[in-house]
Design a protein around this ligand. Structure first.
Ligand SMILES: *Cc1c(COP(=O)(O)O)cnc(C)c1O
Ligand SMILES: [Zn+2]
Length: 420
């Protein structure tokens, strides 16, 4: 295992691999630090080892913060048990590229995870590390998808779960969480209120809050999207990645994944241009980017993209830094643009995404219209969630015909209506 310790991103202080998330010296965020010295010897055999691994994120176990070995006859209680996540399709989207006047666009469809969002990756890693640390209860503060994932992974592992959500969440996300038999707590307030409550509770209960006290491990799960994309593109990086931003964890960890593998020589290319995407109704990072600031001002969310509705993003400053040093941007799109983005992706690729994917697709369209993307660029669009979870966003966006069961009715009311 190459996982080494927790390190403070601000002052570099080092800590053991426990359930902690802030530096006790400077209150900066801590993250997982690895020592890859043993991995650099033979790149060809390292690639072969990855390719021979399981069809899920644990093929990248060398780069993840778990110490226990893989499941097997002698390791029935392996921390890597439970619902397998990852290995989602990377689909070439020529019709979308053509519609936007772009050369080469790929869609990384993370709706193809067990609970239909990229949150399965981060929960797989968080739950594995929580088990290693001896926790028996998983918990989270969620904007929706994390609730689904924590409830499902907890069920698969036989762990008790508590999930806390804002009370105004989409009904589909509430139902797709409760079904797993979790303790589902609706909090009257915004996600930021929910998060504050969970931070307080994490000091009072001996629970693994995946995105609070286990956050450093949780966050590492997002790197696996970068690893998969690089592997799927033949051990090379794309030129540009467009990804959504809520707390900024996914966006920044994508870059960390590419950076780690480039440094090891496992892949060729450069760190992609990183474009971040937010909803205009909750765009603290895009606003700070536009204003040329290094930090975000808190906002009160008002957008249909509820899964991205975090008004005080923990990784905001880090995301701003990444956008600037990678040559990217952080843009925001309106609710109408989000709805159009969902339709654009669906009509050109056959992929139905939730509002967060509408944000990402609309941002790609905006970058294309602005002329930011070169004709020979290879672009990856990161689609993080499933359209069936946010059905209201497309209700009334298309016409249907209801007819009596006769040829005459079909010709008159469907074909006749079309030619009128
Ligand atoms: C949680 C989430 C994100 C982004 O999350 P970060 O907090 O920025 O890591 C993106 N898309 C969907 C669908 C999500 O549920
Ligand atoms: Zn520190």
């Amino acid at each position: 295992m190459s996982v080494s310790h927790l390190g403070c991103r601000e002052c570099g202080a080092e800590y053991e691999l426990s359930a902690s998330y802030v530096c006790s010296r400077c209150f900066g965020p801590v993250e997982v630090v690895y020592d890859y010295a043993d991995l650099t010897t033979d790149i060809a055999s390292l690639r072969r080892r990855i390719q021979a691994g399981p069809q899920n994120i644990w093929r990248y176990a060398d780069f993840l913060p778990v110490v226990d070995g893989p499941p097997g006859p002698s390791n029935r209680k392996s921390s890597r048990a439970g619902l397998p996540s990852g290995c989602t399709p990377l689909i070439r989207a020529d019709r979308l590229a053509e519609r936007l006047g772009l050369g080469e666009v790929w869609v990384k469809n993370d709706a193809a995870n067990p609970t239909h969002s990229f949150k399965d990756r981060v929960v797989s890693v968080a739950a594995a590390r929580a088990r290693e640390l001896g926790f028996e209860t998983l918990a989270c503060a969620s904007t929706g998808n994390l609730a689904n994932a924590v409830a499902a992974h907890g069920a698969a592992l036989g762990m008790e779960t508590y999930v806390f959500i804002p009370s105004d969440l989409e009904e589909q996300k509430v139902l797709a969480t409760g079904v797993y038999g979790t303790n589902l707590v609706k909090v009257r307030g915004t996600y930021d209120d929910v998060n504050r409550l969970c931070t307080e509770l994490s000091g009072e209960r001996d629970w693994a809050f995946v995105n609070v006290n286990i956050r450093p491990y949780y966050a590492e799960g997002s790197k696996t999207i970068a690893y998969e994309v690089a592997e799927q593109l033949g051990w090379t990086t794309p030129d540009r990645v467009v990804a959504p931003i809520a707390s900024g964890s996914l966006y920044t960890k994508l870059a960390k994944g590419f950076e780690e593998w480039l440094k090891l020589g496992l892949i060729t290319g450069e760190v992609p241009v990183m474009n971040g995407a937010q909803a205009a109704g909750c765009a603290p990072v895009a606003q700070a980017y536009a204003d040329g600031r290094d930090t975000c001002l808190p906002v009160k969310p008002d957008t249909i993209a509820k899964s991205l509705a975090i008004g005080t993003p923990a990784d905001g400053p880090h995301a701003l830094d990444l956008a600037r040093r990678s040559g990217g941007t952080i843009d925001s799109v309106t609710d109408d643009e989000i709805r159009a983005g969902i339709r654009l992706l669906a009509e050109t690729t056959g992929i139905f995404t939730e509002t967060a994917g509408g944000v990402t697709t609309a941002t790609l369209a905006k970058l294309a219209a602005r002329g930011d993307i070169g004709a020979d660029e290879r672009v990856v669009l990161v689609i993080t969630g499933e359209g069936l979870k946010t059905l209201d966003a497309v209700a009334g966006s298309f016409e249907t015909h209801e007819i009596s069961p006769s040829l005459e009715a079909f010709e008159r009311e469907v074909e006749g209506a079309a030619s009128r």
